[in-house]
Design a protein around this ligand. Structure first.
Ligand code: PBG
Length: 346
């Protein structure tokens, strides 16, 4: 039986009486006024392009869980950096897939001056000197267990890991890295890396701290990309932040700021926009989001199924980071987004 609706109640007041004549839709009525009142915008200057590395020459490999993203040998990484530079993307960030036989319990190969990440940095800086190179200093690509630290008796040992990361950071700086980005979440690593860089003559090399990195399920596809998916035992909850917490993230970021971070990053991105907002408000630091592999793959998968408009979802997600207070975004969409932004300007 249909409910009988009292129409006299519905029309008790006119819309003008309700709104007092304030009509939000005026500003939305035409393209020109929408453009005039637009508060945030995405430009190519907001983008950082992560690049996956494999050893060898002139070879690329598809990453199944990340359609459109490939692992590249250093010479092809140079080509990608060149493409990025041509598009106006300010910086790239490199992540190595290290040969399995070079991985061990302590991730010792991170201390090889000519390891894959350093080899690629040297080549990219030589060929494309004007693009910023951000290197990830972390042990997980180098350990046989896929953890970001040295594992002893089932525990990721903090201080020993920090010492090793500081040494690795100096080697990365020596190879030409402009910004060191520690993604391990060990305590004290920002201060230790700053000291190591300064005392070794690299006071001009910056630190982008993965200040608040969450114990997230959205890193899944990345682990296929760097080959830690079959290796990782357990999870990273003893060093990454609990997704339930935000005050803790602010306190952790405060330490990184005190220890000398030049830039802060929140990772993953879209599920943590509130954290981006809080960090920007609290510290007024250059603040970045890492739109991680799982975020990328979800949009790609839904688009491939015809469930969403992939291009619009990509641009909307990137704009959301700007609205939340980001100065920039690490995103696997960087190349695609930059191309679209360029076409719009032409
Ligand atoms: C770990 C690291 C991770 C990512 C980059 N470096 C997380 C992890 O594997 O636990 C994730 C990046 C992504 O998902 O796109 N040092």
């Amino acid at each position: 039986m249909n409910r009988r609706i009292d129409k006299s109640v519905l029309s008790r007041r006119t819309v003008d009486e309700i709104t007092g004549g304030r009509r939000m839709r005026r500003n939305r009525a035409a393209d020109w006024t929408r453009r005039l009142v637009q508060e945030n915008s995405l430009t190519v200057n907001d983008l950082i392009w992560p690049i996956f590395l494999i050893p060898g020459n002139n070879r690329s490999e598809d990453i199944k869980a990340m359609p459109g993203v490939q692992r590249l040998t250093p010479d092809l990484a140079v080509k990608q950096a060149e493409k990025a530079a041509k598009l106006g993307i300010p910086a790239i960030a490199t992540f190595p897939n290290i040969a399995l036989e070079l991985r061990d319990d302590t991730g010792s190969h991170v201390l090889a001056a000519d390891n894959l990440i350093n080899e690629a940095t040297r080549l990219i800086k030589k060929e494309i000197p004007d693009i910023g190179v951000i290197t990830d200093v972390a042990l997980d690509p180098f350990t046989s267990h896929g953890h970001d630290g040295i594992l002893r008796d089932g525990i990721i040992v903090n201080d020993e890991t920090v010492a090793q990361l500081a040494e690795a950071a100096v080697l990365q700086a020596e190879a030409g890295a402009d910004i060191i980005a520690p993604s391990d979440m060990m305590d004290g690593r920002i201060g230790a890396i700053r000291d190591a860089l300064d005392t070794n003559g690299f006071s001009d090399v910056g630190i982008m701290s993965y200040a608040t990195k969450y114990a997230s399920s959205f890193f899944g596809p990345y682990r296929e990309a760097i080959g830690t998916d079959g290796l990782l035992k357990g999870d990273k909850r003893t060093y990454y932040i609990d997704p339930a917490n935000s005050d803790e993230a602010v306190r952790d970021a405060a330490l990184d700021v005190e220890e000398g971070a030049d830039m802060l990053m929140v990772k993953p991105g879209l599920p943590y926009l509130d954290i981006i907002w809080r960090l920007k408000e609290a510290f007024e630091m250059p603040t970045f989001a890492y739109q991680v592999s799982g975020e990328y793959s979800m949009i790609k998968a839904a688009a491939a199924n015809g469930w969403i408009d992939g291009e619009r979802a990509m641009l909307e997600s990137l704009l959301a980071f700007k609205r939340a207070g980001c100065d920039g975004i690490l995103t696997y969409f960087a190349g695609e987004a930059a191309q679209i932004l360029e076409q719009r300007r032409l």
